[in-house]
Design a protein around this ligand. Structure first.
Ligand SMILES: *Cc1c(COP(=O)(O)O)cnc(C)c1O
Ligand SMILES: [Zn+2]
Length: 425
């Protein structure tokens, strides 16, 4: 290779240089950015990284952007938190949460992928960008495009959560609601990208976009003191994030930044949209598309583009995949908030409930170092908690009223907590 990175077909290996393209014209397989690791070896070192900025751009030597690129969005470097109280509830002893519920600027891990995709949109000279989205991507594209002065068209399924719609429109993006599910929206976006020559972050810019997900993996390793965990639990929509965390770990091993060790990958989906977890359970990489029906809208992709690669990665690592019901998702959101003070959206409820089940079923052992990825913020999906909490009538500003309130409250709160058994199905 004569350049730092280029596009190649994942199946036939055909090289494409650098262009806005995501599918091989020879074999119709997805394209991927491949880095010259020998070239990166002198630049991607622990020392160089530690001197970089306190955001995802500290790993830029393995991100597809030109050396001259000046990042405008300091996304990433979110907390990796030890989670002892959740761990105790679910029978874990060495559990960490990677908390992208507080990723900047729009409170989901999509800020990472969009930062890389829009850098490339600018490099290719697009003045209009867009995406098909289940919500978080819409928010991230709208916010970052506003900051870069790009025009934005965002296409979403018509029934998206109100907060995700507002969080797109507030940035001045043109929001197009489409009758149908994500898979219909995505097909339309492919046609639009061709016709209008716009940069669609998850269509013709998808290979660049996907590399942004690697920063979750780099951060986990660096935050663990340049070590890899035993297990990763990761939510899956299109299946890209889980495969890119794995790619990040392989690169770190290849470049000697961490010791080589096996890491098992565990995928999490909602039962109402579980094409990848179903494939894993059936021992195959062939994805049967589904029609999504779940409150976990950000994961509701019935025909996941990277599904076969996600299934392959999970199975090759010795991991597993699980899916959980909408009721379990809501309980897990509440449980994560109550134990660790993290309010996640439905996708994080999926990951948390699946994590609990993996321990309950003995697929993860208590002492193994396990990182579970919380990828989005609960303030975006408050509708799923509608009616969950009773509003007590207001009291007068008097101590006696308060004393009565406390008495009533104590009498009423025979609150239930979710025991580990509730995840055994
Ligand atoms: C998009 C998304 C995911 C999954 O991403 P894929 O790479 O498509 O599998 C996970 N969590 C949240 C909150 C998301 O918005
Ligand atoms: Zn090919």
């Amino acid at each position: 290779m004569t350049i730092a990175y280029e596009l190649r077909c994942r199946e036939c290996g055909k090289a494409y240089g650098l262009q806005p393209l995501s599918i091989c014209d020879e074999c119709f397989s997805p394209l991927e950015v491949v880095f010259d690791l020998e070239y990166a070896r002198t630049r991607f070192t622990r020392e160089a990284i530690s001197q970089g900025p306190l955001n995802m751009w500290r790993y830029r030597a393995l991100l597809p952007v030109a050396d001259s690129y000046e990042p405008q969005t300091p996304a990433g470097l979110t907390p990796l938190l030890k989670a002892p109280r959740l761990a105790e509830r679910i029978g874990a002893r060495n559990l960490y949460i990677k908390n992208d519920a507080v990723c900047m600027p729009t409170l989901s891990f999509k800020d990472r992928v969009v930062a890389v995709a829009l850098a490339n949109a600018q490099a290719f000279g697009f003045d209009t960008v867009g995406c098909s989205s289940t919500g978080n991507l819409a928010n991230a594209v709208a916010a970052q495009a506003a900051r870069l002065g790009l025009k934005t068209f965002i296409l979403v399924p018509a029934d998206l959560e109100p907060a995700k719609i507002l969080n797109t429109q507030v940035y001045g993006a043109t929001l197009v609601r489409v009758e149908g599910n994500y898979d219909h929206v995505n097909r339309l976006c492919s046609q639009i990208a061709d016709r209008y020559h716009w940069g669609f972050v998850n269509v013709n810019l998808r290979p660049y976009y996907a590399e942004g997900s690697k920063t979750v993996g780099y951060e986990i390793a660096e935050q663990l003191g340049w070590r890899l965990p035993d297990n990763i639990v990761c939510p899956m929509a299109g299946g890209s994030l889980i495969t890119k965390i794995r790619k990040a770990f392989s690169e770190l091993i290849a470049l000697g930044l961490v010791e080589d060790k096996p890491v098992r990958f565990f995928g999490a989906q909602a039962t109402g949209c579980s094409p990848i977890s179903t494939a894993v359970k059936n021992g195959t990489d062939v994805i049967e598309p589904q029609r999504p029906n779940t409150i976990a809208r950000s994961l509701a992709i019935g025909n996941p583009a990277d599904g076969p690669y996600a299934s392959r990665a999970i199975r090759a690592s010795g991991g597993w995949a699980e899916d959980v019901s909408d009721v379990e998702i809501v309980s897990a959101i509440q449980e994560l908030a109550e134990t660790e003070g993290i309010f996640t959206e439905t996708a994080g409820g999926v990951t948390t409930a699946v994590t609990a089940r993996l321990y309950a079923h003995g697929r993860i052992q208590p002492d193994e170092l396990t990182v579970t990825c919380v990828t989005g913020n609960g303030l975006k999906t408050t509708d799923c908690l509608q009616g969950a909490y009773e509003q007590h009538r207001a009291i007068r500003p008097r101590l006696t009223d308060f004393e009565n309130f406390v008495e009533e409250h104590n009498a009423a709160s025979q609150g239930f907590t979710l025991a580990q058994e509730s995840y055994v199905r």
